[in-house]
Design a protein around this ligand. Structure first.
Ligand code: WTA
Length: 650
């Protein structure tokens, strides 16, 4: 990969004086503290949580495995709920709206009741114990937050699987985590239709390769679904039997809190493991300083809890800070393209955290849509998931923020647990396209392939010192953890390329490995390739990323069909549906190019570098090692034709 910036930003934006004056952070004291004594800095952050027993050592670093707040004891759900009850019991913790306009307001006291009751259901009726894994496959409803926190309360390890994943993807994740229980809902709303989640769970469990004993079902959409006597349990009736008091499990700081699956460069998704004390410390601290969170904010993170952003910045971070969190079960374009702005006006949302892909869609739909609503409650905007191009940044700043709300462009990953690079909104100027600097307590560097720090130009983004919320491993596969993240550089390798400017601001350029970022979601090309070759008509497939105006990137699949299979448009459609069904609609290739050959070396290895160059319409460079040099121009032609003919997908 070349490390040229996609765009160089010329403009610098400043937070307003009143914003600066009232900001949680408006001096560089935190940076100084962290620079002087990083461990003491993290001790101070951890002390803001409620501990049952204090820790004995801040960090034990046995590369690549860290232990933070060693031998400290705490419970994450107590930190997100119980400790607020004295002062905030009547404050709204969750404000929820469904696609059909249904509303729910849940105070901290009510949150406590729901979570305690559910914890009792899990413990008493479903025999879930500390250390057991529980898969959550649910729509974005308050019960998903309850379920996450109930698992945390009794020490069960939650594994949330995004409701858009297919039965097969769910099955893989249930099996890999060896879950004892699945919590789901009858259905979820999606653009006026109901997605029958329970059916997908049934399909995923229709085999003998798992140890799931029960499926707890929330009746949410009230659609019909199959009921398996003896296995399926009704959420509501089970809740009614339980009291609203459940003693929280005493958790070691290093006890696992959750597993979250994410795509990697091999065919199999990785279960990223996070533990309790360090994760919660960073979630709490980073939410406070990056989002400038105050007691009267109404905070909206538009991510689903199926992704890490929804774990850290919809659930643990804001609730641990005692904030009011808004959540919406729906998409930005239904019932119309103004719904997000309508919600901001209605709920007087003050902080909005969303993804560049959504912002680019809003831009395309037109300025006149947000202009119809009163967005004056907003005071801070956030972006996450992929690089934000200055055009989208400026649109967000002008049309949503009314030139008056700082934007935090937050860089981080499932593996980092929380935000690593961002500006602090009351302290720093903003440069569109640049995420900013490593947060106080975080150390990042840009290295060349030989691990030397690069001062000028681009390189590989690495994190050079351990941090509290770092992944503790890949569930069941620590060798892979070492190999993927810790074998290329001396420190943690992020998989991203980046450049740094003279002020130390970092611009993240995107992945340098075979992971594609589609609308902020990570998809491994190998995963899509292996699902394509599972189709009995496909002999071979190679998948690469192409640029996409709205989604950032999209997938291009080069497919060699089996002998005597005819290349038709119907087959292209069929293959796209096949991948969608196997993995998720997110992973569906945008373009399929049939070919009889792929660029291969004489030893038969596919030269992916050439496929990437074709996809991005770049020069291919040296092709002398190719067994079939003519294939490059042929594939270029075929891709050009495919682009012309393909019907745009929404
Ligand atoms: C990309 C999402 C540029 C990056 C929190 C990273 C970003 C991957 C940004 C992690 C950003 C995330 N600017 N790129 N502000 N935020 N990324 O695990 O490539 O779903 O490695 O975590 O998203 O995706 P993940």
């Amino acid at each position: 990969m070349s490390f040229d910036a996609h765009y160089i930003s010329e403009k610098v934006f400043q937070p307003s004086l009143p914003f600066k004056e009232n900001a949680v952070v408006n001096t560089d004291d935190l940076y100084q503290e962290a620079d002087q004594d990083r461990m003491e800095f993290w001790n101070k952050q951890a002390q803001k949580l409620e501990w049952i027993k204090p820790w004995e050592a801040t960090c034990e670093w046995n590369k690549p495995f860290a232990k933070w707040f060693v031998n400290g004891k705490l419970n994450a759900s107590v930190n997100c709920i119980d400790r607020h009850l004295e002062t905030k019991k009547d404050k709204i913790a969750l404000q929820w709206e469904g696609e059909n306009g249904l509303e729910r307001n849940i105070t901290y006291k009510e949150l406590s009741q729901h979570v305690n009751q559910l914890s009792n259901v899990l413990r008493n009726q479903l025999s879930v114990k500390k250390g057991d894994r529980v898969t959550l496959y649910m729509p974005l409803i308050p019960e998903l937050v309850f379920a996450v926190l109930a698992c945390a309360r009794i020490g069960a390890i939650h594994s949330v699987v995004f409701g858009g994943f297919s039965a097969e993807s769910l099955k893989d994740r249930v099996q890999d985590s060896d879950s004892k229980l699945v919590i789901t809902a009858d259905g979820g709303s999606r653009r006026g239709k109901i997605l029958n989640l329970k059916n997908i769970v049934d399909e995923a469990l229709d085999n003998n390769e798992h140890h799931v004993e029960n499926v707890l079902v929330v009746k949410h959409a009230h659609n019909d679904c199959h009921w398996e006597e003896g296995r399926d349990v009704d959420y509501q009736t089970s809740m009614e039997k339980e009291s609203a008091e459940c003693k929280a499990e005493v958790m070691d700081s290093e006890d696992p809190l959750f597993i979250l699956y994410t795509s990697g460069t091999t065919g199999k998704p990785k279960g990223i493991l996070h533990t309790t004390g360090g994760y919660l410390t960073h979630a709490t601290y980073s939410t406070k300083v990056v989002f400038d969170l105050k007691d009267d904010d109404v905070y909206w993170c538009t991510a689903d809890i199926g992704w890490i952003t929804g774990h850290t910045y919809l659930t643990y971070g804001p609730l641990s800070n005692g904030a009011t969190v808004f959540m919406y079960e729906g998409t930005p374009d239904y019932p119309d393209q103004g719904i997000f702005w309508k919600l901001i006006e209605k709920y007087k949302i003050s902080i909005m955290y969303t993804a560049p892909t959504a912002i680019r869609s809003f831009m395309k739909w037109g300025d006149h849509i947000p202009a119809k609503y009163d967005l004056s409650s907003l005071r801070l905007l956030g972006s996450v998931g992929e690089p934000i191009n200055p055009e989208a940044w400026t649109w967000y700043y002008t049309h949503i923020g009314n030139n008056n709300c700082p934007i935090v462009d937050t860089w981080w990953q499932t593996e980092t647990g929380g935000i690593m690079i961002s500006t602090l909104p009351g302290l720093h100027n903003m440069k569109p396209g640049y995420a900013g600097k490593p947060l106080p307590g975080i150390s990042a560097d840009i290295c060349d392939h030989k691990d030397a720090s690069v001062q000028k130009g681009g390189g590989l983004l690495s994190l050079t010192e351990p941090w509290p919320s770092m992944a503790r491993g890949i569930w069941g596969d620590n060798e892979r953890f070492k190999e993927v993240y810790w074998s290329q550089l001396d420190s943690y390798f992020t998989g991203d390329g980046a450049i740094r400017d003279k002020d130390g601001y970092i611009m993240v350029l995107g992945r340098v490995d075979d992971v594609i970022n589609i609308a902020g979601h990570r998809i491994g090309t190998m995963e899509v390739e292996s699902s394509l070759v599972d189709c009995d008509k496909v002999a071979e497939a190679a998948v690469v990323g192409v640029q996409d105006e709205i989604k950032g990137q999209a997938l291009l699949a080069f497919v060699i069909l089996k002998k005597d299979t005819v290349e038709t448009d119907e087959l292209k459609y069929e293959l796209k549906q096949f991948v969608s069904k196997k993995i998720s609609p997110i992973a569906k290739p945008k373009f399929i190019v049939f070919t009889e050959d792929l660029p291969k070396t004489r030893s038969g290895k596919i030269m992916r570098r050439l496929l990437k160059a074709i996809a991005l319409n770049q020069e291919v460079g040296d092709t002398t090692s190719l067994a079939n040099p003519g294939i490059v121009s042929e594939l270029r032609e075929r891709f050009k034709k495919e682009k012309k003919e393909s019907i745009p997908q929404i």
